[in-house]
Structure formats: C-alpha cells, structure tokens
Design a protein around this ligand. Structure first.
Ligand code: COA
Length: 158
C-alpha cells in the first residue's frame, strides 16, 4: 500500500491545501494529512481546532486520514509506513525553503521521497496568513477557504 503524508501547520486549512490533497489521493492509496504540533508559528487556531477543521473539511474523502505529529517528520513517516511527503509549490519563492527541507528530510531518511505538486493558479497567491489578515480586517475570503473555515475565522476575530 502506497502511503503519503501531507504535513503542515494548517492554521487554518485553505482551498489551496485541499486542492493539493485531492490531487495527491489520485497518486496514493492513502494520504494522511497531518498537523505539525510543534511549530514555531504564532497560531490563531490551537492544535485541536486545526485538527477538527481538517476533519470537517475532509469528511467523506476516500483514502484521506487526518492526524497530527510531533518531532521529526521523517520519523513520523516511518511510524505510519509512509514513503512520500506531499508538499505544494505555489511560487518560486516557495522553492528555496522547500528544497532545503526536502534535502534535509532526504538526508535524515533516504527512504522517504518528497513529492511536489504545483498549486492550481487560482490558489497560488493564498497562504493561511494572508487569509487571516484579510479576514481580520473584514475582507471577504469566500472561495479561498471552505465555508466552515471562513466562519471559524470570523468567530475568532469577532
Ligand atoms: N495553498 C495555500 N497555502 C499554502 C499551500 C497551498 N497549496 N501550501 C503552503 N501554503 C502556505 C501555508 O498556508 C503556510 O502559510 P503561512 O505561513 O501563512 O501559515 C505556508 O504556506 C507554509 O506552511 P505549511 O505548508 O503549513 O508548512 P509549514 O512550513 O508551516 O510546515 C512542516 C512545515 C510542518 C512540514 C515542517 O516544519 C516539519 O516537517 N516540521 C517537523 C520537524 C521536522 O521534521 N522538520 C524537518 C527537518 S528539515
């Protein structure tokens, strides 16, 4: 069985992330979308909220499992029997960071490959931060995040 991990902070999940997820399930038997619990970002949503939002928006998606992890991503891949890490590339600016991370992960575990999918052009300009910034100032983010996420952000800022 070919298992891949799609890791990230997902603070919160956007339609850009879901686009990558939907396309990655066509390549693998199972994709585990997994929230990184120890990250150094100043998150708007706590760990449980980020996991629950992911569960809600992937509900009914075949071959998708929602999980979370701590520690090294490659160790988590081994625990889950995953041979691939999925990452989305939006723009050239993502490349350097992603390249560095992929090579480090490869050095840490040569058996895990990083697979990059190009984000659809309609989502290439979004990030979780820009969604939060626009929402916090009253901007409409409809179409860029699932409705439940838009609602959750609005609640946070109200
Ligand atoms: N659509 C929309 N936004 C996207 C996106 C897409 N397709 N792909 C990435 N992004 C955005 C995210 O929303 C996020 O935006 P933000 O910075 O405004 O929050 C940003 O791009 C990158 O975040 P994300 O994809 O969540 O990755 P990350 O950099 O937060 O997390 C980990 C990276 C968790 C995978 C990495 O830190 C990790 O593996 N940590 C575990 C420790 C470890 O093993 N480290 C590796 C050793 S090198």
């Amino acid at each position: 069985m070919r298992v891949a991990i799609y890791p990230g902070t997902f603070d919160p999940v956007t339609n850009g992330h879901l686009d990558i997820l939907k396309r990655s399930v066509t390549l693998f038997d199972k994709v585990i979308i997994s929230v990184a619990l120890d990250n150094y970002k100043n998150n708007l949503f706590d760990n449980n909220e980020r996991i629950n939002l992911l569960r809600a928006v992937t509900n009914g998606m075949e071959k998708v499992e929602v999980d979370s992890f701590k520690g090294l991503l490659v160790d988590y891949c081994s625990q889950k029997g995953a041979t691939a890490i999925i990452r989305g590339l939006r723009a050239v600016s993502d490349f350097e960071y992603e390249f560095q991370m992929a090579l480090m992960n490869k050095k840490l575990n040569n058996n895990v490959e990083t697979i990059f999918l190009m984000t659809s052009s309609k989502f290439s300009f979004i990030s979780s931060s820009i969604i939060k910034q626009a929402s916090s100032l009253g901007g409409c983010v409809q179409g860029l995040v699932p409705d439940i996420v838009a609602h959750a952000i609005t609640q946070k800022y109200s």
